[in-house]
Write a protein that binds this ligand. Structure first.
Ligand code: NI
Length: 171
């Protein structure tokens, strides 16, 4: 396994749309392992998308289990994820390993139904809510070349300079 280099804004590769995964092979397993190591090496890292390390494939990891008192699925490997249904709106603070100097308030759906494949290509459906649903929406955006700073209603009101990197979770 290897820790990969994170692309940071304004790297143009972060704006590209990732391709679906079709081969569930050793190369994919290695990418997943490297992504996980890279995510876990980042303070407060709760999610990562392959786009953030320059691999334009639809691969995401989310693990919000470090946050207390929330419902979650633990470690989620999401390949070719698609949102099937959603409900509700909520504003919440987000950070991103690719935008290390800022956090921002972003509106996201509160409840999601999601379908995704695992590393072996098997399809799973998930029902999720709250912070986990927010982290998943943030990561799915990365696969479409969208950053949280693209979703702010007002940069003046909703964008905040980070004082300490560790204070807000990032994904
Ligand atoms: Ni991010």
């Amino acid at each position: 396994m290897a820790r990969l280099t994170l692309l940071t804004y304004p790297d143009p590769r972060l704006k590209q749309v990732a391709e679906p995964v079709s081969q569930f092979d050793a190369q994919l397993q290695l990418l997943v392992a490297d992504l996980e190591e890279t995510m876990r090496a980042s303070p407060g890292g709760v999610g990562i998308a392959a786009t953030q390390v320059g691999h334009l494939q639809r691969v995401v990891i989310v693990d919000v289990s470090s946050k207390p008192k929330i419902s979650h699925h633990g470690r989620l490997i999401l390949i070719n994820p698609e949102i099937l249904d959603w409900e509700g709106f909520e504003i919440g603070r987000e950070g991103c390993m690719s935008v290390p100097d800022y956090t921002g308030n972003v509106v996201r759906a509160t409840h999601l139904q999601l379908v995704a494949q695992d590393e072996q290509g098997k399809e799973h459906k998930y029902t999720m809510e709250g912070y986990e649903a927010r982290a998943v929406q943030h990561e799915l955006d990365h696969l479409d070349g969208i950053l949280f700073i693209d979703r702010l209603v007002s940069r003046r009101r909703d964008l905040f300079q980070r004082k300490s990197y560790k204070k807000t979770n990032s994904s």
